[in-house]
Each structure stands twice: as structure tokens, then as C-alpha cells.
Design a binder for this molecule. Sequence first.
Ligand code: KG4
Ligand code: ZN
Length: 339
Amino acid sequence: MSTIILGIESSCDDTSAAVIKDGYILSNYIANQDVHKAYGGVVPELASRAHQQNIIPVVDQALKTAGVRKEEVSAVAFTRGPGLLGSLLVGTSFAKSFALAMDIPLVEVNHLQAHILVHFIKQFEKENKQPEFPFLCLLVSGGHTQIVVVKDYLDMQIIGQTIDDAAGEAFDKCAKVIGLPYPGGPVIDKNAKLGNKEAFTFNKPKIKDLDYSFSGLKTSFLYFIRDEMKKDADFVKNNMNDLCASIQYTIIDILMEKLVLASKQTGIKQIAVAGGVSANSGLRNTFIQEAKKNGWETFIPEFKFTTDNAAMIGITGYYKYQNKEFAAQDIAPVARFVY
Ligand code: KG4
Ligand code: ZN
């Protein structure tokens, strides 16, 4: 008999539902929240309200597109955390009610594990190459930056992580400094394609082992812009593409240096990337170049699976369902998740 998982994601500002059947994606529907654009960042209170409005239509659409009736769903998987508590509560409450009403198991999912497991989502139209265990994954999102040893679908070990800001945060905060809209990552990426990455240099942090730090870079970028603007009020306007290219290059350089070190230390040469920042074209290109240099076999997710989506929650739910790892009705979401 087939296993059909309804995945629900509501950790930040995207409301998403997906249907996964025996590991194959049938649908993945995402409602983005434009309401935050005017504020230059996600406003938690507005995010929860928008989730509340979006959740039913999004689930409806995901089931319809998949051609699946709610009576056919084997289990409902939801993001338990990490994320914004008010946002998580909407998805969690919906999933609990759905499980209760349909009398099916409830599966809690760690959002970060889910980002990594996108590499196992199967698609009917195309067979994608899947990594073998153990592999390394550079997980780069708006909230997290980690190097993870993936020993099995649900057995992961973090061997390096940021001690302050995440890489996505660095993109978004630097973008804000030069007046770009939220989220800044994709806009920096677009402008960077037209700029010179060596136009400006920024100091890289000196952090031990496999850990990262991005808060110093953001501050030095801020001070640099402030000083240049004192000399030339049009500095940002006249150097926009070069600034984007240079800051993007520095962030990628910081990320890659530790990833290369992690591969050397562990001897693992199957390397994956995941998370919103893995949509970055500069990062994707550098990753391929590093792979050639270091003899890596690489795994890069399709764009639609890089940023937050429920297909990743569905696939993680699918593996947990197979292990019969079910959650109780009294489960609560968590803003921080430690595995
Ligand atoms: O994984 P994600 O959708 O949400 C979190 O779990 O945080 O990641 C969102 C982050 C944002 O910081 C956004 O600016 C960044 O991913 N991002 C990018 C690109 N697309 C999204 N950063 C750089 N280049 C991109 N093309
Ligand atoms: Zn995410």
C-alpha cells in the first residue's frame, strides 16, 4: 500500500503544503507573504496572521494538484521548529487538527533536517542522483549556517556552525545597508552578476575550527559604506553592482574555506548544499569549481527546493513515518531546535 504524506511548513514567512507519495513529490504549493516587504524584514505578528489566512487554501490546493483526497493521506508532517513561534503555531495546530479529524499519525519535523533531505525528493519526470551516506551538507539559510555530517536520513551531526549571524542574514543585512529590499539575498545575487567581485575587499573573520561568524563582516560593511558616503553621497548608487559582487564573493569565500576544511578533516567527498542561500548563483558556481579542484561529488538542489517549502517537510515525514516516529497530540512547537 502507498504511503501518502501531507507536509506542512509555516516556520517563517512562507505558508506551504505538499503531498509526497512513496517518496515522490505530487505537489508543493507555497504562498509567499508580500506584507513584510514594506518593513524591510519579517514582522512576526503579521506572519502568523498571514499563515492563518493562507493555510487552508494552500493545503486545499496541494491536495487538489496532487489528485489526492484527504481520506487517502497516511500521515501529516509539520515543521515543529526552529522558527518564529507564532508562525509555527499555525502549522502545528492545523496539522494536529487534521491528524485528529482523519485519525492518522502526526509527524513532527525539524526544519533544518528537512532542508538537507530535499536531496531525497523523487520526481516522476526525472530521476535525480541521490547522495550516499555519509555525506557532508553545507546548510545555509536565513537563520542557520552549518556544516553537517549526514550519516543517515535521520542521523545528522553538526560539525561546524555560525557563532552569530547566518549567511542569509549577512546577505539580507548588507543589502539593507545599501538600500535594497528584503529579502536582500536574491537582489544581491542579481546585481552581483553585473559587478566586479574584486572591486572592494572586506576582512574575513578568524574563527577557529569549522565554525563561522558573519556579524563582523556586516559591521565592517556598514562602516565602509558610511565612510565612503561621507566622501561621495552617490557612492552606493555609482558602485551598486561592484558592492554586491564584492560582498557576495566574500561571503562565499568564507563559506567555502570551512567546507573544504571539513571535507579534508572527515575525508568525506560527497558534498551537498541546501537552504535558501544555496539558490545563490555565485555559491553554486564556486561550489562546482571547488568540486573539480578537490575531487568532490556534488549535490545541488533545484531552485524550488532551496528556499522554504513543504516538500522537504513531506519527505522528512515520509522517512519518520517508515520508522513509526509519531508525535503526540500535546506536542508544542519550539523556536530553537537542538538535535
Ligand atoms: O531557507 P530559507 O528560505 O529560510 C530560512 O530557513 O531561513 O532562506 C532564506 C534566506 C534569506 O536570507 C534570503 O536572502 C536567502 O535565503 N536567499 C539568497 C538567495 N535566495 C534566497 N541568498 C543569496 N542569494 C540568493 N539567490
Ligand atoms: Zn528554511
